[in-house]
Design a protein around this ligand. Structure first.
Ligand code: AMP
Length: 475
C-alpha cells in the first residue's frame, strides 16, 4: 500500500494587523498604581479635615446643564467662553462636564430646600473637573479638586474659618504655602471700581498686550491678572479695589484679617488677586506654594512628561507662583440661581498641583498597605484547599497575596519576594496528608511546620509580634 503523503496544513500567517491603539485624550491622565499613594495621602488628609471641622460630604453629578455654569461662573469668563466641554446630548439638552463644583453645590442647596436646615450648612466634596485648557505642567483638562463650602452665613468669621482649614490642610501635608488675600467688593461698590480701573487702563491703552485690550472691554477686573512682562508696571500703579470698597465690604474685610491675625495665620494682601469667576464677592483668596525647588524653577518635568503636554518650550514651566487652591465668598450666587438670598463662602484645592509640589519637596508619603502573607501551593488538591484558606484568612482581616495559577514554588516565591511579604504559607502534598502547613519567614528563610487547624491563630500571632517589633523600632 502506497504510503499516504502526510498533508500538513499550512499555518495561517499571523500578520499583525495595523490596529491603532486608542490613546488617552490630550490633557487627561491615567492615575497608575504607583501614583496612588500620593492620591490616598491627599484624600485621607482632606477627609480628615472635613471630619475635624464638621463638613458633610456631598457628591453632585459630573454633568450639568450648561446654563448652570454660564449663569454662575459668568458668560464672559475664560472658563465659560473657552474651556467648557459642552455638548448637546441625545435628548437635545445642552450639557457640560463640570469645570468646578461650587455652582453645582449651590444648585443642590436650592433644589433640596437646604435653606430649611439649621444654617450654615457645611459641605465637603471631591472629584474630577474638566476644563479645555492648553495642557502644561500642573494644568490638565481633567483634574481633581476637593472643596469646603459653607452656605447660609455671611459672617466674616466664616471666611477666616475656611482659610484656617486651607492653611492647616497644607500644613498637614507638609507644604509651605503663602496665603494671598484680597476683597473684590460687592454689587454696590464694584461697578464704581471697575469704572475707575477701566479709565486708568484706557489712558494707557497703547501700552497694553492684546489680551488686556480685550479684557478692557469685556472683563476689566481680569486686567489685574495679566502675567505679561510688559503689563506689569501698569498693573503695579493701578488703582486698588480696597480703596473703593463700600463700608460693608471694608468692615467685612477688616474683620476677616483681624480673625486671621488672632489665629496667627500669615497672609499677603494682594491687590491684584481677583479670581476668574464672576460669582465671587468680598473676600477672595488663593494658596500659593512657597516652595522653590533647587535650581530656582518650579517646573515639574516629570509631571510635564506624564501629561500630553504641548511641546513648545514656553509651556514646559509651571509658574513658580501657580495657585495650589483658591476660594472666596459668593454671597449672590444662590439668589442668582433662583434661591433665597444666601451668603456663602468656599475653598477648593487642586489635587494634581499638590502632588507635584509634594514630589518636588521630597515629602515622604506613606506607602499603600502591602500584603502580610503570601499563600503558596503545590498540586491541584492543595490549590483547592488554599482557595478556602484564602477566604478564611481574608475574613480575619489578614492582607493576602497569591498566585494560584502558578504551579512551581519558585515562581510563587519570586512574586512573594517582589511584594516584600514577611511570611509565606506553603501547602504541598505532604502537608495535605499530614494535616499541616508550612510558615516560612521570607527574610530569615526559616520554615516551621504548624497544625493546619491552627494556621489562622499562628499567622495572627506572628503578625502581631512583627507589628509590635516595628512599633518598638519606630518609638
Ligand atoms: P480655580 O478655582 O480655577 O482657581 O481652581 C482651584 C485650583 O484647582 C487651582 O488652584 C489648581 O490647583 C486647580 N486647578 C484649576 N485648574 C486646573 C487645571 N486645568 N489643571 C490642574 N489643576 C487645576
Amino acid at each position: 500500500m502506497p504510503r499516504r503523503k502526510k498533508i500538513i496544513a499550512e499555518k495561517p500567517k499571523i500578520t499583525s494587523p495595523k490596529v491603532k491603539t486608542p490613546q488617552v485624550l490630550r490633557g487627561m491622565k491615567d492615575i497608575l498604581p504607583g501614583e496612588q499613594k500620593y492620591w490616598q495621602f491627599i484624600r485621607e488628609r482632606a477627609e480628615k479635615m472635613a471630619r475635624d471641622y464638621g463638613f458633610l460630604r456631598i457628591d453632585t453629578p459630573i454633568l450639568e446643564e450648561t446654563s448652570l455654569f454660564v449663569r454662575a461662573v459668568g458668560k464672559q469668563t475664560d472658563i465659560v467662553e473657552k474651556e467648557m466641554f459642552s455638548f448637546v446630548d441625545q435628548g437635545r439638552d445642552n450639557i457640560s462636564l463640570r469645570p468646578e463644583a461650587t455652582a453645582s453645590i449651590a444648585r443642590a442647596y436650592i433644589g433640596h430646600g437646604m435653606f430649611n436646615l439649621p444654617q450654615p450648612v457645611k459641605f465637603f466634596y471631591w472629584g474630577p473637573m474638566f476644563r479645555h485648557e492648553r495642557p502644561q505642567g500642573g494644568r490638565l483638562r481633567q483634574f481633581h479638586q476637593f472643596g469646603f463650602e459653607v452656605l447660609g452665613d455671611g459672617h466674616p468669621v466664616i471666611d477666616a474659618g475656611l482659610i484656617l482649614v486651607a492653611y492647616n490642610f497644607y500644613k498637614e501635608i507638609g507644604l509651605k504655602t503663602s496665603i494671598q488675600i484680597n476683597s473684590i467688593g460687592c454689587a454696590a461698590c464694584r461697578p464704581r471700581y471697575k469704572e475707575i480701573l477701566t479709565n486708568y487702563y484706557r489712558s494707557h491703552r497703547s501700552d497694553l498686550c492684546d489680551n488686556c485690550k480685550k479684557r478692557l472691554n469685556k472683563n476689566p477686573l481680569r486686567l489685574l491678572d495679566c502675567k505679561e512682562e510688559d503689563c506689569q508696571p501698569l498693573k503695579a500703579e493701578a488703582p486698588q479695589i480696597v480703596d473703593w470698597l463700600c463700608d460693608d465690604c471694608k468692615n467685612h474685610f477688616v474683620k476677616v484679617l483681624e480673625y486671621l491675625d488672632e489665629l496667627g495665620i500669615p497672609y499677603v494682601l494682594n491687590p491684584a488677586l481677583v479670581r476668574g469667576l464672576d460669582y465671587y464677592t468680598k473676600t477672595v483668596f488663593e494658596i500659593w506654594s512657597a516652595f522653590v525647588p533647587q535650581g530656582g524653577t518650579s517646573a515639574d518635568k516629570s509631571s510635564v512628561s506624564q501629561i500630553d503636554e504641548d511641546k513648545s518650550p514656553a509651556s514646559e514651566a509651571q509658574p513658580l507662583q501657580s495657585a495650589l487652591g483658591g476660594g472666596g465668598r459668593y454671597d449672590d450666587l444662590v439668589e442668582l440661581l433662583g434661591g433665597r438670598p444666601t451668603p456663602a463662602c468656599g475653598f477648593s484645592p487642586g489635587v494634581e498641583r499638590s502632588i507635584i509640589r509634594i514630589k518636588e519637596a521630597n515629602i515622604p508619603v506613606p506607602e499603600l498597605p502591602a500584603p502580610d502573607i503570601f499563600l503558596a501551593q503545590l498540586g491541584e488538591p492543595a490549590k483547592r484547599k488554599c482557595l478556602l484558606l484564602y477566604e478564611e484568612l481574608r475574613k480575619e482581616g489578614i492582607k493576602l497575596a497569591e498566585s494560584f495559577s502558578k504551579d512551581g514554588l519558585k515562581p510563587q516565591f519570586e512574586i512573594a519576594n517582589r511584594l516584600g511579604v514577611k511570611y509565606a504559607l506553603i501547602l504541598g502534598q505532604k502537608e495535605l496528608v499530614d494535616g499541616t502547613i508550612i510558615i516560612r519567614d521570607m527574610e530569615a528563610g526559616i520554615q516551621e511546620i504548624v497544625d493546619f487547624k491552627k494556621v489562622v491563630k499562628e499567622v495572627k500571632k506572628r503578625l502581631e509580634m512583627n507589628g509590635n517589633e516595628k512599633n518598638e523600632i519606630g518609638n
